[in-house]
Design a binder for this molecule. Structure first.
Ligand SMILES: C[S@@+](CC[C@H](N)C(=O)[O-])C[C@H]1O[C@@H](n2cnc3c(N)ncnc32)[C@H](O)[C@@H]1O
Length: 357
């Protein structure tokens, strides 16, 4: 869309569409966090009074939400009646997107990222005016759980098959006793997926955020891989003494205030011949106006989450979500990596895979 060719009516119409999308995402946040979608899936269709009773919430709000969801085309009216008795059902398609943590279209967690940003808006404005930022820690559980749950199905379903198509990485991971490092591991789903895909490997997950490490420990225990997956709360720039064969950094390098320090530390842990695989946003090679949806959403996350997080710990290079391939290549070179390549993994969500060695 070319900015100079749009009429004011077109800009206004577009903004109204954005407003509609924003309020609907906020309504998804409510239904997700209060367990309303889940109750409609697990316990079946409900009136406002029934839904409120099942979830220990307020019937008048439940009624407004149920009606709004039906008006928005996300729920169906199952049976008519007086407003408090009208019953609503959740179609299978909505149920999958809102409640199925194993599905690649499980997008409800993304609403939590906006839930995290809402309370931080005054601090964001302050940072925009005076400098500094808003840390990942400040954004809290909504951001952590949004991130972990939104990425989980991609790691669980697609990471193993994607890596199997890259012989240089797959062969190293499949070698008996392969030692794997996962920096910026968040809720640990990538570490768990690597352990499951490569039963002979041991995985060390490192994250600077203690609540993320706590989540990762619980997730690994529930997944039954605690014997081979260990988590440490640590700045990845000061990695524990370890030698690893393959290292990963999933969607985190662009958040790091000092990525070269972290990449240098990772390089020092690599055994001879070892590689670092970075998964980050599949943005275009260079800035250009009128970008595609991926470019637009990544700039959006950058404004409210990743850039302020990176800038919250000075000194910071201030990468932001839109990390161009040449930017990562420059960080890799500064960290002492001699080779940089884009891996042939296509169609993996929003992401691109790089190999540094
Ligand atoms: C956007 S989240 C990605 C989490 C996870 N890799 C995933 O894909 O779900 C970025 C993570 O990087 C972590 N992080 C940022 N800087 C770090 C550092 N210097 N050392 C270790 N972890 C760091 C944050 O705490 C956060 O959990």
């Amino acid at each position: 869309m070319n900015a100079t060719q749009q009429t004011a009516d077109e800009v206004a119409e577009r903004l109204f569409g954005s407003l509609l999308g924003t309020v609907e995402i906020m309504s998804v946040y409510v239904g997700d966090r209060l367990g309303w979608y889940r109750s409609l899936v697990v316990d079946g269709p409900a009136s406002a009074v029934e839904l409120a009773r099942r979830t220990d919430t307020q019937a008048r709000y439940a009624r407004e939400w149920l009606e709004q969801q039906a008006v928005a085309g996300l729920l169906e009216v199952e049976s008519e009646g007086a407003p408090d008795e009208r019953r609503f059902a959740i179609p299978a398609s909505t149920a999958e997107v809102m409640t199925d943590p194993t599905s690649l279209v499980y997008l409800a967690p993304l609403g939590r990222m906006l839930g995290a940003v809402g309370p931080a808006l005054p601090r964001l404005l302050d940072a925009y005016r005076h400098g500094g930022g808003v840390s990942w820690d400040t954004l809290g559980d909504d951001a952590r759980e949004s991130q972990a749950d939104a990425n989980r199905p991609w790691y669980e379903k697609q990471l193993g098959p994607a890596l199997a198509g890259v012989p240089a990485i797959h062969d190293a991971l499949a070698a008996p006793g392969c030692r794997v490092l996962d920096v910026g591991c968040g809720g640990g789903w990538s570490s768990i997926a690597l352990a499951r895909a490569y039963p002979g490997a041991t995985v060390l997950g490192v994250d600077i955020d203690q609540p993320s490490i706590d989540l990762a420990v619980t997730n690994a225990r529930d997944a039954g891989v605690s014997d081979r997956v260990r988590f440490v709360c640590q700045d990845a720039a000061a990695l524990p003494d370890a030698t690893v064969d393959v290292a990963f950094a999933f969607e985190c390098v662009h958040d790091m205030p000092r990525p070269v320090e972290v990449l240098s530390a990772v390089r020092r842990t690599l055994a001879p011949g070892g590689s670092l695989v970075v998964m980050d946003e599949a943005v275009a090679d260079a800035f250009a106006p009128d970008g595609d949806e991926l470019e637009r959403i990544m700039y959006g996350f950058s404004l409210f989450v990743c850039l302020p997080d990176g800038l919250s710990s000075p000194p910071s290079v201030g990468t932001g979500t839109v990390m161009r391939p040449s930017t990562l290549q420059g960080y890799g070179e500064a960290a002492g990596f001699g080779a940089f390549e884009v891996l042939p993994i296509e169609g993996f969500g929003f992401w691109r895979f790089y190999r540094l060695s």
